[in-house]
Design a protein around this ligand. Structure first.
Ligand SMILES: NC(=O)c1ccc[n+]([C@@H]2O[C@H](COP(=O)([O-])OP(=O)(O)OC[C@H]3O[C@@H](n4cnc5c(N)ncnc54)[C@H](O)[C@@H]3O)[C@@H](O)[C@H]2O)c1
Length: 346
């Protein structure tokens, strides 16, 4: 059987941090082509992953339309995701898409509809779903280990807003990102909570900007930061669990601190989501460090290759999950604007 030849669009942080190394290590997949508008980023990734210069594209249309590219991996800033995915659909190619899937609910619904109509396979990169500890937790919850879930506490703390000299990159501008830490970080925890405990019913949020202005990328001029630096929210979940989420990029001392706890009437689970292979599980009243069994280990990009090869895992995040999380993101904005709880309808 031939390898799935993947074309990766966007050779920045997440492509280099996760997509490219995991694709390289995947069984049944290979990095065939790359695309970036930044020629340095393109060539650097090309050299590292031995992608010859004729398969390094500056225009994403050329990559998607390249006949040898079997599947498309979208790792660009938020505002480009759906546009690129629609082209993949019209070329009949499966795609994997970074989070947040789009710039608002409507855009994500339209993408889901087109993909469904054309019968194109896809996957959303809610990365924490692929963590062995999260998969094991899901299994434990399905086994009834926690009993009836009543609470979720989740935190995502970074200090990235305070990086010395950080300029106004795309993450700080509404037209490129729309959401700040809500779309960047909270969306992961929202997906995690709905994956483990069920859909969102209502939320009430508080968001804000701490570092109000930054120098532009290409000049010494200051411009306003437009996306949220922190995002705290409460949620009522289907099944009546109550959830709290604390997310910020303004917490010095935290490089990437991700924690989540889920409690039921029979037990609980506590994760440090930087530790792939372990979690704490409470059974009979005592929290116990537990190692994750081998069968729960996988990677995000291996699952993408498996989706294309008709071997999808039941835990793989879909565009439907993307729609659900986008509703939470838009609900956060609506709640802050109105200063009230808002319902997250179906
Ligand atoms: N799943 C996760 O855990 C995770 C983590 C980080 C980022 N992300 C998501 O991944 C996406 C990218 O984030 P990042 O941190 O890698 O950003 P980044 O800025 O480091 O990289 C984005 C790359 O896209 C390139 N690009 C911009 N416009 C392009 C175009 N028209 N055609 C081709 N390339 C283009 C840029 O030059 C850059 O190299 C975002 O949507 C982000 O939310 C997900």
């Amino acid at each position: 059987v031939n390898n799935i030849r993947v074309g990766v669009i966007g050779c920045g942080g997440i492509a280099n941090g996760r997509h490219l190394p995991e694709l390289k290590a995947s069984a049944g997949g290979e990095i065939y082509a790359l695309c970036d508008t930044d020629i340095n980023a393109l060539n650097k990734a090309g050299e590292k992953y031995n992608v010859p210069s004729e398969r390094r594209f500056e225009n994403y249309l050329d990559l998607i339309k390249c006949p040898e590219v079997d599947a498309v991996d979208i790792c660009t800033p938020n505002y480009l995701h759906c546009t690129m995915a629609h082209v993949a659909i019209s070329e009949g190619k499966p795609f994997c898409i970074e989070k947040p899937v789009g710039m608002d609910c409507d855009e994500v619904y339209r993408l889901k509809e087109s993909a469904d109509k054309a019968g194109i396979k896809s996957m959303v990169c809610f990365s924490y779903r692929f963590m062995p500890s999260v998969r094991y937790a899901k299994w434990l919850i399905e086994q009834g280990t926690l009993g009836k879930v009543n609470a979720v506490y989740a935190q995502y703390l970074k200090s990235s807003a305070f990086i010395e000299g950080r300029r106004l990159d795309w993450r700080f501008e509404k037209r490129y990102a729309r959401y700040g830490v809500s779309g960047d970080l909270a969306v992961h925890l929202a997906d995690l909570a709905s994956f483990l405990t069920g859909d969102f019913k209502r939320i009430c949020a508080d968001t804000g900007i701490v570092v109000k202005e930054r120098k532009r990328l290409d000049s010494e001029e200051y411009a306003p930061v437009e996306t949220d630096d922190y995002c705290n929210f409460l949620a009522a979940m289907e099944g009546n669990a109550s959830a709290t989420f604390s997310i910020t990029r303004c917490a010095p001392g935290n490089d990437n601190c991700v924690r989540a706890e889920v409690y039921g009437d029979k037990g609980g689970i506590r994760f440090n989501l930087n530790e792939n292979d372990r979690l704490e599980v409470c059974i009979d009243g005592k929290m116990k460090l537990t190692m994750v069994p081998k069968e729960f280990f996988t990677t995000q990009m291996q699952e993408f290759i498996n989706v294309i090869n008709n071997k999808p895992d039941k835990y793989v995040p879909t565009l439907e999950d993307g729609c659900k999380c986008q509703k939470v993101l838009d609900g956060i904005i609506e709640s802050v604007e109105k200063g009230t709880w808002v319902s997250i309808g179906r």
